[in-house]
Design a protein around this ligand. Structure first.
Ligand code: ASP
Length: 438
C-alpha cells in the first residue's frame, strides 16, 4: 500500500504545524512519499513565503534592496529549524542564495526555493530522504510537463524509499528551474502519485474536505463525503476550488482516488474524490457553486426554428469576436447566449452589428449583471422533483429565475439569476436540500 501525501502551505506554517504533519505521517506507514508546499500564513495578516519570494524578485527587478524581505523569509525557516530542533545549516545556503540574487537569478528559481527549503527541513524532521523535484519533474522545450520521462525518472529514484519532495517546480531540458502555476504543489503531488501508482493521493489542507457550498455564503456548510471526478469538474468550473485543476488529469487517468483531509483535524473523514461510486450521496445534491458577472444576448426571429444554420451563424458571430459562450438555452423563435460580461462589454457593438448582418433578427435583447448557479449531483438522476424543489425554493424567496439549463448528463442544473439575488438563491437551494434533510 502506498499513499502519496501532499501538505499545503498552512500545514507547514511553523514548527507546531510541522509536528502535526509528523504525527500524521507516523500514524500510517503507507505514507512514504510526501510532497510539500512552501510555508503559508500563520495568522491572517501573515505572509506566504512564496509571496515574499515574488516580492524579493520584484525588488531586484527595480534595483531596490531586497534585504528586508529576504530576511523575513530566512527568519521563518530559522525559527522552524530552532523550534523543531533541526541541525540543517540553512544560513550558509541562504547566504549563497542571496549572493546568487545579486548576480542575477531567474524569478522561477528564486520562488522555487520556498518549497525547496520546506522539503529539506521536513525531510530531516521525519527522518526521510530529501528528493529534489529537479531530479525527476521534467518539462519539454515547449514548457509542458514531460510526463513520460518524469514518471520514469521518479519510479527509478523513489522506488521503496521514504522521501520528501518539494512541490511547485521542475526542470527544463537546459537545466533551468521552472515553476508551475500558483498552487502547483498539488500538481507535483498528483504527478508523483500517478508515477508511482499510489493507492490513494492524500491532499492535506486546512479545511475538512470539499464543502457543499461556499462558506462565505452559507455558514459552516456540510462537507461532501464522496464526490466523483465529473461532479468535481462541474463545481470547479463554477468557481469551487480545493485543488489545482491540473492535478485532476494525471490522477483520473490512473484511476487514483484523492482524499482531501485537514491537517488541523486529522480525525475528520474528509472528502473522497473518485471516478465512480455506488455510495449513495447523503443529499440529493452533491454541491452548489456559482459565479457572478454574466451577460445574456437574446436573438429573436420568427420562424427561426425552420432556418437551417441559424444557430451556427449566431455562434459564428461570437467566434469571430473571439468570445466563448457559457450556455445557450433556446426557444422556438429565440436563442440566448450567455457570455462573461467583462469580455463582452468591449465587443458589444461589434457583436450586435455582426448578428444583424448574419441572421437579420427581429430583435436583439441584452441583459447584464447576471449570475449562474450550478446545482450538481449524481443523485439527481434517479430523484424526481429536484428541479421543482429548486424553483419553489427560489420562488419562496421572490427570486426571478432568468434561465434554466439542465445538462444532458442529468448531473447538473444551471440557473441564471440577477447578480443581486446570487447569495440568497444559493442559501435557499442549500436550505431546501441540506438543512431540511439533516
Ligand atoms: N507555494 C506555491 C504557491 O503559493 C505553490 C503551492 O503552494 O502549491 O502558489
Amino acid at each position: 500500500m502506498l499513499k502519496v501525501v501532499k501538505f499545503g502551505g498552512s500545514s507547514l506554517a511553523d514548527a507546531a504545524q510541522f509536528e502535526k504533519v509528523r504525527q500524521i505521517i507516523t500514524a500510517d506507514p503507507a505514507r512514504r512519499v510526501v510532497v510539500v508546499s512552501a510555508p503559508g500564513k500563520r495568522f491572517s495578516a501573515d505572509h506566504k513565503i512564496t509571496d515574499l519570494l515574488y516580492l524579493c524578485y520584484a525588488h531586484l527587478q527595480y534595483g531596490v534592496s531586497a534585504e528586508g524581505v529576504f530576511s523575513m523569509v530566512v527568519e521563518r525557516y530559522r525559527s522552524i529549524v530552532a523550534d523543531c530542533g533541526l541541525s540543517a545549516d540553512i544560513d550558509k545556503e541562504f547566504l549563497a542564495l542571496y549572493e546568487k540574487m545579486q548576480q542575477g537569478i531567474s524569478q522561477d528559481e528564486l520562488v522555487s526555493r520556498g518549497e525547496y527549503f520546506a522539503a529539506r527541513l521536513m525531510a530531516e524532521y521525519l527522518g526521510f530522504d530529501f528528493l529534489d523535484a529537479a531530479e525527476w519533474l521534467q518539462f519539454s522545450f515547449d514548457g509542458q510537463i514531460d510526463r513520460e520521462h518524469s514518471y520514469e525518472a521518479l519510479r527509478r529514484i523513489a522506488e521503496d524509499r521514504s522521501v520528501v519532495i518539494p512541490g511547485f517546480y521542475g526542470v527544463m531540458p537546459d537545466g533551468h528551474i521552472k515553476v508551475l502555476s500558483r498552487g502547483g504543489s498539488d500538481v507535483t503531488g498528483a504527478l508523483a502519485a500517478a508515477a508511482l501508482g499510489a493507492d490513494v493521493y492524500e491532499n492535506w489542507t486546512d479545511v475538512s474536505g470539499f464543502l457543499v457550498t461556499d462558506p462565505r455564503i452559507v455558514k459552516d456548510p456540510e462537507v461532501i463525503s464522496t464526490i466523483t471526478y465529473r461532479e468535481l469538474r462541474e463545481l470547479s468550473y463554477m468557481g469551487a476550488t480545493v485543488l489545482h485543476e491540473d492535478s485532476i488529469f494525471p490522477l483520473r487517468q490512473e484511476g487514483i482516488p484523492i482524499h482531501v483531509l485537514n491537517t488541523n483535524a486529522p480525525q475528520d473523514p474528509g472528502t473522497m474524490i473518485v471516478e465512480n461510486t455506488c455510495s449513495k450521496p447523503k443529499f440529493t445534491i452533491t454541491g452548489i457553486a456559482g459565479k457572478k458577472g454574466f451577460a445574456s444576448i437574446t436573438v429573436e426571429k420568427s420562424m427561426m426554428n425552420t432556418e437551417i444554420g441559424f444557430g451556427r451563424k449566431v455562434l459564428g458571430v461570437f467566434e469571430d469576436n473571439n468570445l466563448s459562450f457559457e450556455h445557450m438555452p433556446s426557444g422556438i423563435d429565440t436563442m440566448t447566449v450567455f457570455v462573461h460580461q467583462n469580455e463582452f462589454a468591449e465587443k458589444e457593438q461589434q457583436v450586435i452589428a455582426g448578428l444583424h448582418r448574419a441572421v437579420q433578427p427581429d430583435s436583439i435583447d441584452l441583459e447584464s449583471d447576471l449570475a449562474l448557479i450550478a446545482v450538481v449531483g449524481r443523485g439527481m438522476r434517479r430523484t424526481r422533483g429536484t428541479a421543482g424543489r429548486i424553483f419553489s425554493a427560489l420562488a419562496h424567496k421572490n427570486i426571478n429565475v432568468k434561465m434554466i439549463d439542465q445538462g444532458s448528463s442529468e448531473l447538473n442544473i444551471i440557473i441564471g439569476v440577477a447578480n443581486d439575488d446570487f447569495e440568497t438563491a444559493i442559501k435557499a437551494i442549500y436550505d431546501i436540500f441540506v438543512i431540511t434533510r439533516l
